[in-house]
Write a protein of this length. Sequence first.
Length: 230
Amino acid sequence: MRDFLSGSLFFGGVATLVFYELGLLIKKRFRLAILNPLLLASIGVILFLRLVGVEYTSYNEGAKYISYLLTPATVALAVPLYEQVELLRRNLAAVLSAILAGTLTALCCVTLLCRAFSLEHALAVSFLPKSITTAIGMSLSQELGGVASLTVAAIAITGVVGAVCAEGLFKLLRIREPIAKGLALGTASHAIGTSRALELGEVEGAMSSLSIAVAGLLTVVLAPLFVHLV
């Protein structure tokens, strides 16, 4: 069984999609924020690989093809933004200010925590792009001297935590404005947060989609300024 799966070219990709679909079904069935499909799929794949004894390298030979879809999938998020472009025009200054504030907050928090825990420079740099989409975060991490695999893990965890906790935080802080919700999710939790924003509404999804692009660009510009501080 192990040898058969390890030798299968598309095993990793198929396993990833199957467990993600199972995660979607579980989320639809129980409707709990903690049951994020990405989180459930990650746990399912890890347990399955341990059960059948397949190495990660063998799994990744097939799963890596899914990564090629990250960039076009991110670009496709511009569609809901286009549908709400008039709303964006009316609130442009506030929207851009909010995204800038969110980006700076993320970079400052990472810098302070890394210094507080005295992390090695390469590890600290790997966490700087944690709040932007994987397609941008991986490249930025490598350019800054970080560990790309660690950056991917940080991005995934950030996205899942943001998507899971967002609704509760909105209620706790009494945030009811759809634009504010979308900007918060997109800036803090990138594409995973945007998937949650799209569930909340069209405006939330559109603003979150914009936040991914703008926050990504701002992080690329600002992150090098924080490299010497971590």
